[in-house]
Write a protein that binds this ligand. Structure first.
Ligand code: SF4
Ligand code: SF4
Length: 182
């Protein structure tokens, strides 16, 4: 596992996390966050930990996975810190460094959405369901009645319809992934 100091350097230098040194710990972000009560640490605490170098605790927290990108915190921050963007960066880092919160199902949910986009150019109901079901079959079984009712009302698309010019789209995605690695 990568050490705290190296993770902090990556967060600060690769993901522009260094702006959190401007945080004055006012708490406006946590107070305006609709999901703060569910989070291991609200955004204010998360940044305090990151600033002090406790990056392994930060990356294994459930905080980022509860963030719904409402931007409520970002518009309230008196120091113009891109809080929501940092939540995305920390999610990426948690996955990359294999530190994702052990009980959170959200990393797999995210992957269930992004994999079909890479493959078909868009999200399709069945591809998301099958990918998620592979890792969390009980959740899918619990919701099978809902799926059945949606299918009956033609609200669940069983077939996969890739986008037009899928080859061109894949070139763009591959280029973006290449650039991200640099
Ligand atoms: S609102 Fe901004 S300055 Fe205040 S605690 Fe949150 S990140 Fe820090
Ligand atoms: S963007 Fe995320 S962290 Fe910020 S207030 Fe919304 S849910 Fe909370």
């Amino acid at each position: 596992m990568m050490d705290n100091e190296s993770l902090k350097t990556i967060f600060f230098e690769t993901y522009h996390g260094e702006e959190i040194v401007n945080c004055i710990q006012c708490g406006s972000c946590s107070a305006s966050c609709p999901l703060a009560s569910k989070m291991d640490f609200g955004p204010r605490q998360l940044f305090a930990l990151a600033r002090e170098g406790f990056m392994q605790d930060v990356l294994s927290a459930n905080t980022m996975w509860f963030c719904v990108s409402c931007y409520g915190c970002t518009v309230k921050c008196p120091r113009d810190i891109s809080i929501t963007d940092h939540m995305y960066a920390l999610k990426k880092m948690a996955i990359k460094h294999k530190l994702t919160h052990s009980k959170s199902k959200m990393p797999m949910m995210y992957k269930s959405f992004s994999d079909p986009v890479k493959k078909f150019g868009k999200i399709t109901d069945t591809s998301v369901i099958f990918r998620y079901a592979f890792f969390h079959p009980i959740d899918i079984m619990k919701n099978s009645r809902l799926a059945f009712n949606l299918a009956k009302k033609s609200r669940l698309d069983i077939l996969i319809h890739p986008i037009k010019n899928l080859i061109g789209f894949k070139k763009v995605i591959n280029k973006a992934l290449e650039l991200e690695k640099e």
